[in-house]
Design a protein around this ligand. Structure first.
Ligand code: ADP
Ligand code: ASP
Ligand code: MG
Length: 428
């Protein structure tokens, strides 16, 4: 994304220019719009320049997707974006109306009006640049800019959307472009926890988390922040604060690693329920094999997650390749793979739509061996079979039966993170 200047955010208390983002549950109904408007009114007493990014009302994006699904099994992606962007249009208008009603001067702006320019990948567009002059004009008039999250326009003025949870990215990118002191992400939990507090009541709120850890957590399912928003925050050094719009509790700062005081072995456990697994069995092993399987999937724009190829066995040199995709892409992946399997002479294609990914993330893993072994033992003790494994420098992920995900998360959280002390387990 193009921007003009970079500035390290100031200390709390000295903020002037702030971006706030309110997610769907924060604006679920008229009472919630009123509550958010009051919060913005209070923020105006401290912050002289305030831009507010808003998501669609809770459930609205899914409702719109459902409507499109009733008309077509395969709606044109461009038209889906026109449809989905309407959810955020409703929200900016309603919030601005609520603000006007309590005497706060505000102007609503859609992606096109700002202007937030993206590439043309409908449904998962990337922000390329943000022209902040219109927002600056609103600031100069002494008003709050209320900006529609999740949406932008491509070079030809087609409406685009940024992928599920994309309002987080709109907010962080706007904060970067505006050189804001902080980007406050208001949601329905009071910060980033050691795991999803809805699954594990022992989850502990973190005061701070590094960009790298947050990036990994977001990448493996902690939907409290969209992964692209964390990438953007890390690249442009945007100070991000995640906190609740339902309380005044302190939130969690996402900060550079240097600002993390204590190194923990595991700072978080994350999970992704909606995973599916596909196995291409008995592929004749020869150079170009993997490319012949994954090329057509990539051409169809499918995002593949874990991949495992088993050792070649037997005299006729055959091998199996197993990979995971998001559940929503399973049917498309299987129909592509059936064609590939026929073409290359594979023995069969198997699928399972009932798997989940569970991951542990922590900076301490860089310097400490044995985390993987301990994780596998914890799962074994629970009788949970590991179907696939993948690791990175600060993350270990496993694929398990979808029914066992809550059990796995609770067991790993109990083993790696000390709930009693209210803090993440420290490196010995
Ligand atoms: P919003 O509508 O505000 O964008 P989301 O539903 O996208 O909110 O994200 C907030 C949700 O993220 C929480 O309600 C919580 O269930 C979930 N979540 C998953 N992992 C975590 C975590 N580690 N810390 C906090 N929340 C998490
Ligand atoms: N409304 C969009 C969604 O539900 C964007 C967002 O909430 O961030 O994914
Ligand atoms: Mg969200």
């Amino acid at each position: 994304m193009a921007r003009t200047t970079t500035r390290q955010a100031g200390a709390p208390g000295s903020y002037q220019r702030v971006v706030q983002k309110y997610g769907g549950t924060s604006v679920a109904d008229p009472d919630r719009f009123r509550a958010v408007a009051e919060r913005i009114k209070r923020a105006r007493e401290t912050y002289s320049e305030l831009a507010v990014v808003v998501s669609a009302m809770s459930g609205e994006t899914n409702r719109l997707l459902g409507l499109a699904g009733e008309l077509s099994a395969n709606p044109p992606r461009r038209e889906l974006d026109v449809l989905l962007a309407s959810g955020e249009q409703v929200s900016v208008a309603l919030l601005t109306i609520a603000l006007a009603d309590i005497g706060v001067s505000a102007v609503s702006l859609l992606g096109d009006q700002v202007r937030i320019t993206t590439d043309s990948s409908f449904g998962r567009a990337r922000i390329q640049s943000i022209d902040v002059s219109r927002v600056e004009e609103v600031f100069a008039e002494g008003a709050v800019a209320v900006v529609a999250g999740f949406q932008g326009v491509d070079a030809r003025h087609n409406i685009t959307t940024l992928g599920r949870g994309g309002s987080d990215t709109s907010a962080v990118a706007l904060a970067a472009a505006l050189n804001a002191d902080v980007c406050e992400i208001y949601t329905d939990v009071s910060g980033v926890f050691t795991t999803d507090p809805r699954v594990c009541p022992d989850a502990v709120k973190l005061d701070r988390i590094s960009y790298d850890e947050m990036l990994e957590l977001a990448g493996v399912g902690a939907k409290v922040l969209q992964i692209r928003s964390v990438e953007c925050a890390s690249r442009y050094k945007v100070r991000v604060l995640v906190r609740s719009s339902f309380s005044d509790e302190e939130g969690t700062y996402v900060v550079p690693e240097e600002q993390i005081m204590e190194e923990v072995l595991v700072s978080g456990v994350a999970f992704e329920r909606d995973e599916a697994k596909v196995t291409v069995h008995g592929l004749p092993d020869s150079p170009g094999l993997a490319a012949s399987v994954f090329g057509p999937l990539a051409d169809a724009g499918l995002v593949i997650d874990m991949i495992v190829q088993t050792a070649t066995v037997g005299e006729d040199r055959r091998t199996d390749i197993t990979f995971t995709v998001g559940s929503k892409d399973l049917n498309e992946a299987v129909s592509i793979i059936n064609v590939v399997a026929d073409r290359v002479g594979a023995l069969g294609v198997m699928q399972s739509g009932r798997v989940a990914k569970v991951s542990v993330v922590g900076l301490g893993m860089r310097n400490h061996a044995g985390v993987a072994a301990r994780m596998f033992q914890v799962l074994a003790d629970e009788g949970i079979n590991i179907q696939m494994i993948s690791t990175s420098e600060i993350k270990i992920s496993v694929i398990v039966d979808g029914e066992l995900v809550d059990k796995a998360v609770k067991a790993l959280h109990a083993a790696f993170i000390s709930a009693e002390t209210g803090a993440a387990a420290e490196v010995q």
